[in-house]
Write a protein that binds this ligand. Structure first.
Ligand code: DAH
Length: 335
């Protein structure tokens, strides 16, 4: 008798452990403690037992019945905590798949490619100080470059960063040289909005600091990156440019992907599209980051992620990115 009662308890536990639905637990419970269960049969047989057996087994049988009930109820309760027992999985829901934002897709492609080339992804604050956003980058208070990057100045003497370049000096201070980082992130400008101007958009900063770096390294990285993003070989060229935090500075153009370089309205018939500004990190910027320009040098670039997404997906109006129109995102569904 004792053996059988013990087996009932272990059998119940075994059967419950494979239940994942409330209905299954209830079935098992009724099998073990319901009207037609074995324990009920045993209880009914009590009355036919002699006085000795009644005394011997009475409370054992009763306690076993209580145990069986308790175990089944506890299991039911735990299941209720982990499953939404009100969820009716027989209803036919119209499940809609979401999609990633086009800028997120492009950012992932770019950072995945840079990671393969040994870059570490670093984040920086969207609210930053004038020092990191401008001064440390060789842009003093009265420098005309500040006009082109007007932004939102906050009451706490901070500002909304105008570019991801502010992370350059922060990263040098934190990690020292050699350094290979990329910084995707949201940036802000006080702009009048139109099809090609937004007050909020995305950039990706890249920076390599090491010994004997040359601009050829920058071109190599860019070529590899664009091949990955556009899934085809893209020609690039450099033109001289100016940025206070690089010397020399360049504008890197790529062959127009719309016309293949033949000339079209998008590239203003030149066959080239201005894509990535960059250059060799200015010695003053290295110094601001605590790195000796006599020992180390490096390159930096500022990729316009929003711009890249516009090119990749042939999006003509920058404002759609922040409009939050879900119908628009339907176009970027991933199968
Ligand atoms: N921060 C610049 C901008 O937003 C872009 C840029 C230019 C970044 C040159 C760089 C660089 O790292 O070397 O206009």
């Amino acid at each position: 008798m004792e053996e059988e009662l013990k087996t009932l308890v272990t059998d119940l536990q075994k059967e419950l452990s494979s239940c994942t639905k409330e209905a299954d637990v209830l079935n098992v419970k009724s099998k073990y403690v319901g009207k037609k269960s074995r324990i009920m049969e045993i209880m009914a047989s009590l009355k036919d037992m002699n006085v000795d057996d009644k005394r011997k087994y009475g409370s054992l049988i009763n306690n076993t019945k209580k145990d069986l009930e308790r175990i089944a109820n506890e299991y039911l309760e735990n299941l209720g905590n982990t499953l939404d027992v009100n969820f009716d999985d027989t209803l036919d829901y119209d499940v809609k798949m979401g999609s990633l934002h086009p800028v997120t897709i492009v950012a992932k492609e770019v950072t995945d490619c840079l990671k393969k080339m040994g870059f570490t992804i670093v984040a920086g604050p969207e609210m930053d100080s004038e020092f990191y956003n401008f001064e440390a980058l060789n842009i003093p208070k009265d420098h005309p470059a500040r006009d082109m990057q007007d932004t939102y100045y906050l009451d706490n003497e901070m500002l909304l960063r105008t570019h991801t370049s502010g992370v350059q000096v922060k990263a040098m201070e934190k990690y020292g040289a050699p350094l290979r980082i990329c910084v995707p992130g949201r940036v802000f400008r006080n702009e009048d909005l139109d099809a090609s101007h937004e007050n909020t958009f995305f950039q990706l900063e890249g920076m390599v600091i090491d010994k004997n770096i040359s601009i050829e390294n920058l071109v190599g990285v860019m070529q590899e990156l664009l091949r990955e993003v556009f899934h085809t070989d893209v020609k690039v060229r450099l033109r001289p440019g100016f940025f206070p935090f690089t010397e020399p500075s360049y504008e890197l153009d790529c062959s127009c992907l719309i016309c293949g370089g033949k000339g079209c309205p998008t590239c203003k018939n030149s066959g080239w599209i201005e894509l990535v500004p960059g250059g060799m990190v200015h010695p003053n910027v290295l110094r601001a980051g605590g790195i000796d320009p006599e020992v180390y040098n490096g390159f930096a670039f500022g990729l316009g992620l929003t711009r890249l997404a516009m090119m990749k997906y042939k999006i003509k109006d920058i404002r759609v990115f922040n409009a939050g129109d879900i119908r628009y995102l339907e176009n970027f569904k991933i199968d």
